[in-house]
Design a protein around this ligand. Structure first.
Ligand code: IPD
Length: 304
């Protein structure tokens, strides 16, 4: 049966606001953390509590859909199949959250046929909401959780990209603002590829300036993708994140005219669980050229 994506979107938005209240209520001075892969891969009791709340609500609303969440994922066991699947990161940007650095969010995606179909990303610290529905466009909303007519400023809903808000053409890499993350893996060949990528992008050009106009590490994959969707970043590269980091943001980005390709040179088509991603914002022109220039600078490295 056809899925009412708009109804799923509405459910995800209300669940995102509930999660936002839980995240804001956590006292940053008493957040207890645990580590997963290593000391930079952290989880808090708030991540776990939010995931429990979200999975209960979503199973209630859509009992036939599968559920994949960061905190209940089991390596080698959990898989994203073709079935409609909620893909959830209860707190994306956990390190930021632990430091009260206000760039963290809840990321709620629905994939159908392993393609992102609905995405909702909500940063409660800034009350900033990003949404996308396949075929329905994407939006950024400020003061998102305000009820109408409360007088604390106004809710502002902006269409991202698309016919309503055509984005400007892209320039070349030397003027691009690019987000790139270290992620949690800090050893082995994958780490070498990341280190080389950072170094090559940061290096000088013979003609003056640097290979890349500016580099940022914002600490949340989902918010990096939303910033690309909103045209605030030109590109975002990361190797080592998971489907729950990207599923929602991917939908928002593609509905804004942006594109997600493999972060490994030459991969124009990529999968939800490919773990190496390159996002480029929507543009009237220059997307393909910028991606090719990026691959040219980054060169040969391939991440697993
Ligand atoms: C992490 C963030 C970070 C990225 C890591 C992710 P988490 O997610 O998105 O920006 O570099 O790869 O694991 O652990 O905060 O949900």
């Amino acid at each position: 049966a056809d899925i009412d994506l708009q109804a799923v979107h509405d459910t995800l938005v209300s669940v995102a606001f509930m999660a936002g209240r839980m995240i804001l209520a956590a006292n940053p001075n008493s957040i207890s953390t645990d580590t997963k892969l290593n000391a930079v891969d952290i989880v808090t009791e708030t991540d776990q509590a939010v995931e429990r709340m979200v999975s209960a609500r979503l199973r209630d609303a859509h009992p036939s859909f599968a559920f994949v969440g960061e905190e209940t994922y089991q390596a080698g066991v959990t898989r994203v199949t073709d079935a409609p699947t909620f893909i959830v990161d209860p707190i994306d940007g956990t390190t930021n959250f632990v430091h009260s650095f206000p760039n963290a969010c809840i990321s709620l995606g629905l994939a159908v046929g392993r393609r992102p179909a609905v995405g909702v990303v909500y940063n409660p610290f800034q009350d900033l909401l990003f949404t996308g529905v396949r075929g329905g466009g994407s939006y950024m909303q400020r003061n998102a959780s305000l009820e109408e007519g409360r007088g604390r400023g106004e809710r502002v809903r902006l269409p991202l990209g698309g016919a309503d808000a055509p984005p400007p053409p892209l320039g070349d890499l030397s003027s691009a603002l690019v987000s790139i993350e270290w992620g949690s893996q800090r050893d082995g060949e994958n780490f070498e590829v990341k280190a080389r990528t950072f170094r090559r992008l940061a290096a000088a050009r013979e003609s003056g300036g640097a290979m890349v106009g500016g580099m940022r590490s914002l600490g949340s994959a989902a918010l990096n993708l939303c910033a690309c969707a909103a045209g605030q970043l030109d590109m975002y590269w990361e190797g080592g994140c998971y489907a729950w980091d990207v599923a929602a943001g991917w939908c928002i980005l593609s509905e804004a005219g942006g594109r997600m390709v493999s972060g490994n040179p030459g991969g124009w088509d990529t999968e939800l669980d490919s773990r190496v991603y390159l996002a480029v914002r929507g543009a009237r022109a220059g997307q393909k050229e910028l991606v090719e220039e990026f691959w040219g600078v980054v060169g040969d490295g391939k991440m697993e």
